[in-house]
Design a binder for this molecule. Structure first.
Ligand code: SF4
Length: 171
Protein backbone atom coordinates (compact mmCIF):
# COMPACT_ATOMS: atom_id res chain seq x y z
CA UNK A 1 0.00 0.00 0.00
CA UNK A 2 1.37 3.44 -0.97
CA UNK A 3 2.42 5.55 2.05
CA UNK A 4 0.48 8.82 1.61
CA UNK A 5 2.69 10.92 3.88
CA UNK A 6 6.06 9.57 2.73
CA UNK A 7 5.02 10.02 -0.90
CA UNK A 8 3.48 13.44 -0.17
CA UNK A 9 0.19 12.61 -1.91
CA UNK A 10 -2.24 15.51 -1.59
CA UNK A 11 -5.80 16.14 -2.73
CA UNK A 12 -4.34 18.41 -5.41
CA UNK A 13 -2.27 15.49 -6.74
CA UNK A 14 -5.43 13.45 -7.13
CA UNK A 15 -7.40 16.27 -8.78
CA UNK A 16 -4.55 16.98 -11.22
CA UNK A 17 -4.19 13.28 -11.96
CA UNK A 18 -7.81 13.32 -13.16
CA UNK A 19 -7.52 16.64 -15.03
CA UNK A 20 -4.11 16.19 -16.70
CA UNK A 21 -1.22 13.86 -15.88
CA UNK A 22 1.27 16.40 -17.26
CA UNK A 23 -0.06 19.03 -14.86
CA UNK A 24 0.30 16.55 -12.00
CA UNK A 25 3.93 15.83 -12.99
CA UNK A 26 4.77 19.57 -13.17
CA UNK A 27 3.12 20.19 -9.79
CA UNK A 28 4.93 17.31 -8.09
CA UNK A 29 8.25 18.56 -9.47
CA UNK A 30 7.84 21.78 -7.48
CA UNK A 31 6.86 23.81 -10.53
CA UNK A 32 4.04 25.61 -8.77
CA UNK A 33 2.34 28.16 -10.99
CA UNK A 34 -0.98 28.40 -9.15
CA UNK A 35 -0.01 31.55 -7.26
CA UNK A 36 0.22 33.39 -10.61
CA UNK A 37 -3.20 32.23 -11.78
CA UNK A 38 -6.20 34.57 -11.40
CA UNK A 39 -8.55 31.57 -11.65
CA UNK A 40 -6.85 29.82 -8.73
CA UNK A 41 -6.78 33.07 -6.74
CA UNK A 42 -10.55 33.60 -7.25
CA UNK A 43 -11.18 30.00 -6.15
CA UNK A 44 -9.16 30.60 -2.97
CA UNK A 45 -11.07 33.80 -2.21
CA UNK A 46 -14.43 32.05 -2.63
CA UNK A 47 -13.26 29.31 -0.29
CA UNK A 48 -12.03 31.82 2.32
CA UNK A 49 -15.19 33.93 2.17
CA UNK A 50 -17.67 31.05 2.32
CA UNK A 51 -18.87 29.16 5.40
CA UNK A 52 -17.01 31.57 7.69
CA UNK A 53 -19.03 30.47 10.71
CA UNK A 54 -17.96 26.84 10.45
CA UNK A 55 -16.00 25.82 13.52
CA UNK A 56 -13.67 23.33 11.85
CA UNK A 57 -12.52 25.33 8.82
CA UNK A 58 -9.28 24.82 6.83
CA UNK A 59 -8.34 21.78 8.83
CA UNK A 60 -4.78 20.54 8.35
CA UNK A 61 -4.07 16.86 8.96
CA UNK A 62 -0.39 15.99 8.74
CA UNK A 63 1.50 17.76 5.99
CA UNK A 64 -0.65 16.54 3.16
CA UNK A 65 -4.36 16.89 3.95
CA UNK A 66 -5.95 20.35 3.86
CA UNK A 67 -9.70 20.10 4.23
CA UNK A 68 -11.93 23.15 3.60
CA UNK A 69 -14.14 22.27 6.55
CA UNK A 70 -15.38 19.32 8.52
CA UNK A 71 -18.63 18.59 10.28
CA UNK A 72 -18.71 16.27 13.23
CA UNK A 73 -21.72 14.07 13.89
CA UNK A 74 -21.98 10.30 14.08
CA UNK A 75 -19.02 10.44 11.73
CA UNK A 76 -16.82 13.05 10.08
CA UNK A 77 -18.20 14.62 6.91
CA UNK A 78 -15.65 16.22 4.58
CA UNK A 79 -16.71 19.51 2.95
CA UNK A 80 -14.95 21.02 -0.05
CA UNK A 81 -15.65 24.45 -1.59
CA UNK A 82 -15.19 25.01 -5.31
CA UNK A 83 -15.70 27.85 -7.76
CA UNK A 84 -17.32 26.11 -10.73
CA UNK A 85 -18.49 22.65 -11.77
CA UNK A 86 -16.27 22.48 -14.85
CA UNK A 87 -13.89 20.02 -13.18
CA UNK A 88 -16.54 18.24 -11.18
CA UNK A 89 -15.13 14.75 -11.70
CA UNK A 90 -11.76 15.90 -10.31
CA UNK A 91 -13.53 17.55 -7.35
CA UNK A 92 -15.42 14.33 -6.60
CA UNK A 93 -12.23 12.23 -6.61
CA UNK A 94 -10.44 14.81 -4.48
CA UNK A 95 -13.15 14.50 -1.82
CA UNK A 96 -13.19 10.70 -2.12
CA UNK A 97 -9.42 10.78 -1.58
CA UNK A 98 -9.84 12.89 1.56
CA UNK A 99 -12.37 10.41 2.95
CA UNK A 100 -10.08 7.52 1.97
CA UNK A 101 -7.13 9.21 3.73
CA UNK A 102 -9.15 9.81 6.90
CA UNK A 103 -10.28 6.19 6.89
CA UNK A 104 -6.67 5.04 6.58
CA UNK A 105 -5.97 7.04 9.75
CA UNK A 106 -8.71 5.06 11.47
CA UNK A 107 -11.21 7.96 11.38
CA UNK A 108 -14.88 7.14 10.86
CA UNK A 109 -15.80 8.87 7.58
CA UNK A 110 -17.74 7.75 4.50
CA UNK A 111 -19.31 10.89 3.07
CA UNK A 112 -18.46 14.33 1.78
CA UNK A 113 -20.15 17.36 0.26
CA UNK A 114 -18.85 19.61 -2.51
CA UNK A 115 -20.19 23.17 -2.32
CA UNK A 116 -20.37 25.56 -5.24
CA UNK A 117 -21.38 28.77 -3.39
CA UNK A 118 -21.45 30.96 -6.49
CA UNK A 119 -23.87 28.54 -8.17
CA UNK A 120 -25.78 27.87 -4.93
CA UNK A 121 -25.36 24.14 -5.57
CA UNK A 122 -23.89 21.26 -3.67
CA UNK A 123 -23.34 17.60 -4.42
CA UNK A 124 -23.01 14.66 -2.06
CA UNK A 125 -20.09 12.27 -2.35
CA UNK A 126 -19.76 8.77 -0.96
CA UNK A 127 -16.67 6.58 -0.82
CA UNK A 128 -17.50 2.98 -1.79
CA UNK A 129 -15.29 -0.11 -1.57
CA UNK A 130 -14.88 0.01 -5.35
CA UNK A 131 -13.77 3.67 -5.07
CA UNK A 132 -11.12 2.66 -2.53
CA UNK A 133 -9.70 0.17 -5.03
CA UNK A 134 -9.81 2.81 -7.76
CA UNK A 135 -7.91 5.27 -5.54
CA UNK A 136 -5.28 2.62 -4.78
CA UNK A 137 -4.85 1.99 -8.53
CA UNK A 138 -4.53 5.75 -9.10
CA UNK A 139 -1.95 6.10 -6.31
CA UNK A 140 0.25 3.46 -7.96
CA UNK A 141 -0.05 5.20 -11.32
CA UNK A 142 0.74 8.58 -9.73
CA UNK A 143 3.98 7.17 -8.32
CA UNK A 144 4.96 5.85 -11.78
CA UNK A 145 4.21 9.22 -13.42
CA UNK A 146 6.11 11.15 -10.74
CA UNK A 147 9.25 9.12 -11.50
CA UNK A 148 9.22 9.92 -15.23
CA UNK A 149 12.26 11.94 -16.39
CA UNK A 150 10.07 14.37 -18.26
CA UNK A 151 6.39 15.33 -18.12
CA UNK A 152 3.72 13.38 -20.03
CA UNK A 153 2.49 14.79 -23.34
CA UNK A 154 0.35 17.94 -23.66
CA UNK A 155 -3.33 17.00 -23.72
CA UNK A 156 -4.59 20.11 -25.56
CA UNK A 157 -8.08 20.40 -24.08
CA UNK A 158 -10.31 23.51 -24.08
CA UNK A 159 -9.56 24.03 -20.37
CA UNK A 160 -5.80 24.30 -21.09
CA UNK A 161 -6.34 28.03 -21.71
CA UNK A 162 -7.29 28.51 -18.05
CA UNK A 163 -4.59 26.21 -16.70
CA UNK A 164 -1.89 27.76 -14.52
CA UNK A 165 0.69 25.76 -16.54
CA UNK A 166 -0.47 27.02 -19.93
CA UNK A 167 2.87 28.78 -20.57
CA UNK A 168 4.80 25.54 -19.98
CA UNK A 169 2.82 23.79 -22.65
CA UNK A 170 1.94 26.28 -25.36
CA UNK A 171 4.51 29.10 -25.40
S1 SF4 B 1 -2.05 23.49 -20.17
FE1 SF4 B 1 -3.20 21.61 -20.66
S2 SF4 B 1 -1.60 20.10 -21.17
FE2 SF4 B 1 -0.60 21.78 -20.06
S3 SF4 B 1 -0.58 21.15 -17.95
FE3 SF4 B 1 -2.39 22.40 -18.24
S4 SF4 B 1 -4.05 20.97 -18.70
FE4 SF4 B 1 -2.10 19.87 -18.99
Amino acid sequence: MIDLIENKITGTNIAYFIICKRKMWLFTHQIEMEKYSDYVEIGKLISEESFKKERYKEVLIGETLKLDFLKMGNEIIVHEIKKSRKMEEAHIWQVKFYIYSLRRLGINSHYGVIHYPKLMKKIDVELTEEDEKEIERALKEIEIIKRLDKPPEIINKPYCKKCAYYFFCFI
